[in-house]
Design a protein around this ligand. Structure first.
Ligand SMILES: [Zn+2]
Ligand SMILES: [Zn+2]
Length: 240
Protein backbone atom coordinates (compact mmCIF):
# COMPACT_ATOMS: atom_id res chain seq x y z
CA UNK A 1 0.00 0.00 0.00
CA UNK A 2 1.26 3.47 -0.89
CA UNK A 3 1.86 5.34 2.39
CA UNK A 4 2.98 8.94 2.02
CA UNK A 5 1.70 10.83 5.00
CA UNK A 6 1.85 10.94 8.76
CA UNK A 7 0.23 13.81 10.65
CA UNK A 8 0.42 12.66 14.27
CA UNK A 9 3.88 13.35 15.72
CA UNK A 10 5.46 15.30 18.58
CA UNK A 11 8.64 17.34 19.19
CA UNK A 12 10.41 18.39 22.39
CA UNK A 13 7.78 21.11 22.72
CA UNK A 14 5.37 18.39 23.92
CA UNK A 15 7.55 17.79 26.97
CA UNK A 16 7.99 14.01 26.59
CA UNK A 17 9.31 13.72 23.02
CA UNK A 18 12.94 13.92 22.02
CA UNK A 19 13.64 15.79 18.77
CA UNK A 20 13.32 19.36 17.60
CA UNK A 21 10.93 20.52 14.90
CA UNK A 22 13.86 20.97 12.54
CA UNK A 23 15.13 17.44 13.16
CA UNK A 24 11.67 15.94 12.70
CA UNK A 25 11.11 17.79 9.41
CA UNK A 26 14.54 16.74 8.15
CA UNK A 27 13.82 13.09 8.94
CA UNK A 28 10.37 13.30 7.31
CA UNK A 29 12.11 14.61 4.18
CA UNK A 30 14.66 11.81 4.25
CA UNK A 31 11.89 9.25 4.60
CA UNK A 32 10.21 10.63 1.48
CA UNK A 33 6.87 11.70 2.96
CA UNK A 34 4.66 14.01 0.91
CA UNK A 35 2.74 15.41 3.90
CA UNK A 36 4.15 15.53 7.41
CA UNK A 37 2.24 16.83 10.43
CA UNK A 38 3.46 17.92 13.84
CA UNK A 39 0.67 17.95 16.42
CA UNK A 40 1.99 18.90 19.85
CA UNK A 41 0.02 18.06 22.94
CA UNK A 42 -2.30 20.91 23.90
CA UNK A 43 -1.67 22.92 27.11
CA UNK A 44 -3.48 20.70 29.64
CA UNK A 45 -0.98 17.86 29.06
CA UNK A 46 1.59 18.20 31.85
CA UNK A 47 4.87 19.55 30.48
CA UNK A 48 3.51 20.56 27.07
CA UNK A 49 3.52 24.03 25.58
CA UNK A 50 1.51 27.13 26.35
CA UNK A 51 -1.30 28.56 24.20
CA UNK A 52 1.18 31.04 22.74
CA UNK A 53 3.12 28.23 21.08
CA UNK A 54 0.07 27.40 18.98
CA UNK A 55 -0.85 31.03 18.34
CA UNK A 56 2.59 31.70 16.90
CA UNK A 57 2.85 28.72 14.53
CA UNK A 58 2.21 31.10 11.65
CA UNK A 59 5.91 31.99 11.68
CA UNK A 60 7.02 28.46 10.79
CA UNK A 61 7.63 27.56 7.15
CA UNK A 62 5.32 24.90 5.70
CA UNK A 63 6.91 24.24 2.32
CA UNK A 64 10.11 22.20 2.25
CA UNK A 65 10.69 21.27 -1.38
CA UNK A 66 8.50 18.26 -2.11
CA UNK A 67 7.44 18.00 1.52
CA UNK A 68 4.37 19.82 2.84
CA UNK A 69 4.48 20.39 6.59
CA UNK A 70 1.27 20.73 8.60
CA UNK A 71 1.43 22.31 12.05
CA UNK A 72 -1.35 21.52 14.42
CA UNK A 73 -2.36 20.21 17.78
CA UNK A 74 -3.36 17.06 19.64
CA UNK A 75 -6.12 18.36 21.89
CA UNK A 76 -7.25 16.86 25.15
CA UNK A 77 -10.95 16.10 25.32
CA UNK A 78 -11.95 17.36 28.76
CA UNK A 79 -15.61 16.52 29.38
CA UNK A 80 -18.94 15.25 28.09
CA UNK A 81 -19.52 18.53 26.28
CA UNK A 82 -16.54 17.78 24.06
CA UNK A 83 -14.61 20.74 25.49
CA UNK A 84 -10.95 20.91 24.49
CA UNK A 85 -7.91 22.87 25.65
CA UNK A 86 -7.20 25.28 22.84
CA UNK A 87 -9.56 28.20 22.41
CA UNK A 88 -10.95 29.79 19.28
CA UNK A 89 -9.95 31.42 17.03
CA UNK A 90 -6.64 29.61 17.45
CA UNK A 91 -8.04 26.10 17.14
CA UNK A 92 -9.48 26.84 13.71
CA UNK A 93 -6.12 28.23 12.63
CA UNK A 94 -4.35 24.92 13.17
CA UNK A 95 -3.55 23.16 9.89
CA UNK A 96 -4.79 19.95 11.46
CA UNK A 97 -6.38 19.14 14.83
CA UNK A 98 -6.53 15.75 16.51
CA UNK A 99 -8.60 15.24 19.69
CA UNK A 100 -7.83 12.43 22.12
CA UNK A 101 -8.62 11.07 25.57
CA UNK A 102 -5.56 11.10 27.85
CA UNK A 103 -5.46 9.93 31.49
CA UNK A 104 -3.81 13.05 32.91
CA UNK A 105 -6.64 15.17 31.51
CA UNK A 106 -9.82 13.10 31.82
CA UNK A 107 -10.78 10.09 33.93
CA UNK A 108 -12.66 7.25 32.24
CA UNK A 109 -16.27 6.70 33.33
CA UNK A 110 -19.00 4.52 31.79
CA UNK A 111 -18.99 3.49 28.14
CA UNK A 112 -21.91 5.85 27.52
CA UNK A 113 -20.17 8.81 29.13
CA UNK A 114 -16.84 8.24 27.36
CA UNK A 115 -18.73 7.91 24.07
CA UNK A 116 -20.58 11.18 24.69
CA UNK A 117 -17.24 12.95 25.32
CA UNK A 118 -15.79 11.89 21.96
CA UNK A 119 -18.96 12.38 19.93
CA UNK A 120 -19.43 15.91 21.26
CA UNK A 121 -15.79 16.64 20.34
CA UNK A 122 -16.32 15.24 16.85
CA UNK A 123 -19.19 17.70 16.36
CA UNK A 124 -16.66 20.53 16.58
CA UNK A 125 -15.95 21.44 12.95
CA UNK A 126 -12.36 22.34 13.83
CA UNK A 127 -11.56 18.85 15.11
CA UNK A 128 -10.42 16.75 12.19
CA UNK A 129 -9.24 13.44 13.66
CA UNK A 130 -10.18 11.35 16.69
CA UNK A 131 -6.84 10.15 18.10
CA UNK A 132 -6.32 6.56 19.30
CA UNK A 133 -10.00 5.58 19.77
CA UNK A 134 -8.62 2.06 20.34
CA UNK A 135 -7.59 2.78 23.94
CA UNK A 136 -9.63 0.29 25.98
CA UNK A 137 -8.99 2.24 29.17
CA UNK A 138 -11.83 4.39 27.80
CA UNK A 139 -14.47 1.90 26.61
CA UNK A 140 -16.43 3.33 23.67
CA UNK A 141 -19.58 2.39 21.82
CA UNK A 142 -17.82 1.90 18.49
CA UNK A 143 -21.04 1.60 16.52
CA UNK A 144 -22.01 5.10 17.68
CA UNK A 145 -18.48 6.50 17.25
CA UNK A 146 -18.11 5.23 13.67
CA UNK A 147 -21.52 6.58 12.69
CA UNK A 148 -20.69 9.95 14.28
CA UNK A 149 -17.38 10.03 12.38
CA UNK A 150 -19.32 9.63 9.17
CA UNK A 151 -21.92 12.24 10.09
CA UNK A 152 -19.44 14.86 11.33
CA UNK A 153 -16.75 14.19 8.74
CA UNK A 154 -14.08 13.20 11.25
CA UNK A 155 -11.28 10.73 10.57
CA UNK A 156 -10.74 7.86 12.99
CA UNK A 157 -7.10 7.16 13.73
CA UNK A 158 -5.33 3.81 13.80
CA UNK A 159 -2.45 4.54 16.11
CA UNK A 160 0.81 2.62 15.76
CA UNK A 161 1.88 3.47 19.31
CA UNK A 162 -1.29 1.93 20.74
CA UNK A 163 -0.27 -1.42 19.24
CA UNK A 164 3.16 -1.41 20.85
CA UNK A 165 3.30 -4.60 22.97
CA UNK A 166 5.02 -2.55 25.70
CA UNK A 167 2.37 0.14 25.48
CA UNK A 168 -0.11 1.10 28.15
CA UNK A 169 -3.33 1.34 26.14
CA UNK A 170 -5.76 -1.50 26.78
CA UNK A 171 -6.75 -4.11 24.16
CA UNK A 172 -5.90 -1.91 21.18
CA UNK A 173 -5.77 -4.81 18.76
CA UNK A 174 -9.27 -6.11 19.48
CA UNK A 175 -10.62 -2.57 19.44
CA UNK A 176 -8.92 -1.72 16.13
CA UNK A 177 -10.39 -4.85 14.55
CA UNK A 178 -13.86 -3.79 15.71
CA UNK A 179 -13.31 -0.22 14.43
CA UNK A 180 -12.13 -1.55 11.06
CA UNK A 181 -15.09 -3.90 10.77
CA UNK A 182 -17.52 -1.03 11.35
CA UNK A 183 -15.64 1.43 9.12
CA UNK A 184 -15.78 -1.10 6.31
CA UNK A 185 -19.49 -1.69 6.92
CA UNK A 186 -20.37 2.04 6.95
CA UNK A 187 -17.68 3.16 4.46
CA UNK A 188 -15.92 5.48 6.90
CA UNK A 189 -12.31 6.49 6.13
CA UNK A 190 -9.45 6.00 8.60
CA UNK A 191 -5.98 7.52 8.98
CA UNK A 192 -2.85 5.74 10.17
CA UNK A 193 -0.78 7.74 12.67
CA UNK A 194 2.66 6.90 14.02
CA UNK A 195 2.22 9.09 17.12
CA UNK A 196 6.03 9.42 16.89
CA UNK A 197 7.76 10.96 19.89
CA UNK A 198 11.17 10.27 18.30
CA UNK A 199 12.26 10.92 14.72
CA UNK A 200 12.96 7.30 13.77
CA UNK A 201 9.27 6.55 14.36
CA UNK A 202 7.96 8.99 11.74
CA UNK A 203 5.78 7.08 9.24
CA UNK A 204 6.10 3.96 11.37
CA UNK A 205 2.81 2.20 10.66
CA UNK A 206 4.28 -1.29 10.87
CA UNK A 207 1.84 -2.58 13.48
CA UNK A 208 -1.22 -1.22 11.67
CA UNK A 209 -0.53 -2.50 8.15
CA UNK A 210 -0.88 -6.23 9.02
CA UNK A 211 -4.18 -5.46 10.77
CA UNK A 212 -5.57 -3.80 7.63
CA UNK A 213 -4.63 -6.91 5.70
CA UNK A 214 -6.09 -9.24 8.28
CA UNK A 215 -9.38 -7.31 8.19
CA UNK A 216 -9.32 -7.16 4.37
CA UNK A 217 -9.84 -3.41 4.79
CA UNK A 218 -10.40 -1.50 1.53
CA UNK A 219 -7.42 0.65 0.55
CA UNK A 220 -9.66 3.41 -0.77
CA UNK A 221 -10.79 4.06 2.83
CA UNK A 222 -7.21 4.70 4.05
CA UNK A 223 -6.36 8.37 3.52
CA UNK A 224 -2.58 7.83 3.87
CA UNK A 225 -2.32 6.67 0.27
CA UNK A 226 -2.82 10.13 -1.32
CA UNK A 227 -2.73 13.67 0.05
CA UNK A 228 -5.87 14.57 -1.91
CA UNK A 229 -7.73 12.07 0.26
CA UNK A 230 -6.61 13.84 3.44
CA UNK A 231 -7.23 17.44 2.37
CA UNK A 232 -11.05 17.46 2.58
CA UNK A 233 -10.79 16.56 6.28
CA UNK A 234 -8.27 19.10 7.61
CA UNK A 235 -8.62 22.71 8.72
CA UNK A 236 -5.94 23.99 6.35
CA UNK A 237 -8.13 23.13 3.37
CA UNK A 238 -11.66 23.17 4.73
CA UNK A 239 -11.23 26.59 6.37
CA UNK A 240 -9.92 28.24 3.21
ZN1 LIG B 1 2.63 12.13 23.89
ZN1 LIG C 1 -2.45 10.91 22.27
Amino acid sequence: MRDILDVHTHTIASGHAYNTLKEMIQTAKEKGLEVYGITEHAPKMPGSCHDFYFHNLKVVKREHGDLEVLLGVELNILDENGSVDLTEPYLGQMDVAIASLHPPCICPRSREWNTECVIQAMKNPHINILGHPDDGRYPLDYEAVVQAAKEHHTLLELNNNSLNPNGFRKDPRGNDIEILRLCKKYQVPVIMGSDAHYDADILNHERILPLLKECDFPEELVVNTAKEKLYPFINKYIEA
